[in-house]
Write a protein that binds this ligand. Structure first.
Ligand code: DGL
Length: 250
């Protein structure tokens, strides 16, 4: 049985956990929501690196064999230094799904929704640079999306109004694929899909991240599939938001 540590600024990483548990249903999961410090999106890289180190120490102390950084913003800010500072620990990070979007677009325009921290990170800019000769890539920060999810507002007029403000500029530019570049956003996917209409596909990178986690566990020879399944949920702030979203992914 593998012990899989997962962390995010809040409940968003549960969109990754939801995919992990489909592929790896018999492991031990340790989830940490850093909701006392959420959102990460506008914080400095140094601040997020410090949080990522504290949380990594906590997850390792709890016995994690592998750590999934289930947060695009923390991946952008901290995964390189985590890999350097903990050379024996396998870390899995988030990848904005620009490649499948670039391969799938018919309009030649793909839209990326993510936090400011992710969009200005070198990892994203590098990925963008690989594809921008062939497709037009337009971005928007999902303003207020993280707050909606943390407050359990996943649909209804307030969610629609907030989502549309960030989504409409991408649709106006002709995007026919929307990449969700923040792990909170898949919890708003039904609203995003409804507002975008049937001609637009929305891509959540979590299934690919789950496959990569399985691959790395196998590569490292960490046994899986033996059970029993368990999950421990930890949070640095109040418990309600994490419990609310956890109900949705069980
Ligand atoms: N869920 C996060 C991400 O994937 C962080 C959002 C935030 O805290 O701003 O980027």
């Amino acid at each position: 049985m593998a012990s899989i540590g997962i962390f995010d600024s809040g409940s968003g990483g549960l969109s990754v956990y939801r995919e992990l548990v489909k592929l790896l249903p018999k492991e031990r999961y340790i989830y940490f929501s850093d909701n006392a410090h959420c959102p990460y999106g506008e914080k400095t890289a140094e601040y997020i690196q410090e949080r990522a180190h504290i949380i990594t120490d906590f997850l390792l102390e709890k016995g994690a064999d592998i750590i999934v950084v289930a947060c695009n913003t923390a991946t952008a800010a901290a995964i390189a230094c985590l890999r350097e500072d903990y050379p024996d620990v396998p870390f899995i990070g988030m990848e904005p799904a620009v490649k499948p979007a670039a391969l799938g677009t018919r309009s030649g325009v793909i839209g990326v929704l993510a936090t400011a921290g992710t969009l200005k990170g070198s990892k994203y800019l590098h990925t963008r640079g690989r594809f921008e000769d062939n497709v037009s890539i337009v971005e928007h920060v999902g303003d207020g999306f993280v707050e909606l999810v943390e407050n359990g507002i996943l649909d209804g007029p307030k969610a629609e109004e907030t989502v549309l403000k960030s989504l409409q500029p991408l649709l106006d530019k002709g995007a026919d694929i929307i990449v969700l570049g923040c792990t909170h956003y898949p919890f708003l996917q039904p609203v995003i899909e409804r507002l975008a209409g049937p001609g637009v596909r929305v891509i959540d990178p979590a299934p690919a991240v789950a496959r990569q986690t399985l691959h790395v566990l196998q590569e490292k020879g960490i046994p899986t599939g033996e059970g029993p399944f368990s999950i421990d949920l930890y949070h640095s702030g109040e418990p309600e938001s994490l419990q609310r979203i956890y109900q949705l992914v069980q």
